[in-house]
Design a binder for this molecule. Sequence first.
Ligand code: NAP
Length: 334
Amino acid sequence: MKVAVLGATGFTGETLIEILLRHPKVKISYLCAKIDKPQKFSKIFPHFKGRLDLICANPDLEKAAKLAETIFLALPHRVSQSFAPFFVSKGKLVIDLSADYRFKKVKVYEQFYQTKHQDLANLKQAVYGLPEFYKPKIKKAKLIANPGCYPTVSILSLAPLLESGLIKNVIIDAKSGVSGAGRNPDLSYRYEYKDGNCFSYKPFEHQHLPEIVQVLSQISGRKVSLRFTPHVIPAKVGILATIYGDLTKKVSESKVNSLYEKCYKKAPFVRLLKRKLPQLKEVVGTNFCDIGFQIKDKKIVIVGAIDNLIKGAAGQAVQNMNIILGYPETAGLL
Ligand SMILES: NC(=O)c1ccc[n+]([C@@H]2O[C@H](COP(=O)([O-])OP(=O)(O)OC[C@H]3O[C@@H](n4cnc5c(N)ncnc54)[C@H](OP(=O)(O)O)[C@@H]3O)[C@@H](O)[C@H]2O)c1
């Protein structure tokens, strides 16, 4: 299977390439980014020397379609929706890592991303690529809306309890490494600003809040309402979400445990730690989502952790590709 990565020089693009090079069934045949002059990818990222010497240039969609069957869009929102329709019309499998195709209600997308949606036809047919809950739809998809990083860890950590109506008054307090914001050149995104620093941002209007609410409402079949405050921590990668909630009735840890076990019994990338709480060091570099929880009286604290660039982006994108193309779900990811 020949694959193309558009946005190859970004954090998720680089991570995708690392995973795809290890994948037994694929060959990377096209790369591009927004770039001043074409150059060998291994010149931009010397750790790929001898492993991937393709030229990386500005996008040439015709060339990408000619050279590849599966197209990964590791691009900023807005850019993805300007490229995706071309590839869909050519019958390519498109896996988009941006938020452009994640929202069922276009008004919500336009409000939180402050832009008009230009591709409503494909928005309707896009499938939300969270394999743990949407595998049957993913298998038949031609356009995947790969989930956001905070939504992936939040949804996986909360879904079993929300589905069973056992939790209310939910607060997601999530911490992300600096790569979550992409390779942004602004001063406030630079290492010297973030090193030794920690701050919260957008407590009420972060763009991942409506995504979390949309998907959890769909999975649980009830209108979910919750609070979500993201933070940036001085680490390069990883998201740790500490989630607080009240139980709607007294339940034992073993009962909650069996709910999670039942929900994820066929999910190769969810690891249930029971009372032990996850740590970033144990998931960084992997496609796993670790989940642990503790209960006292009718209060519960759930902790979820992922690598934002892998399970929160590139790894999950490859997991979706594997499911659609009939490869083992874990190919290239273990
Ligand atoms: N970072 C995360 O943890 C994460 C997690 C989940 C989803 N996502 C989503 O994944 C997408 C990529 O994120 P990222 O963190 O990898 O961003 P990034 O580091 O900013 O990379 C964006 C990539 O897109 C390229 N690009 C930008 N405009 C372009 C254009 N008009 N034509 C061609 N290439 C263009 C950039 O090229 P230059 O570098 O040359 O400008 C770069 O290669 C975003 O939509 C993001 O929201 C990110």
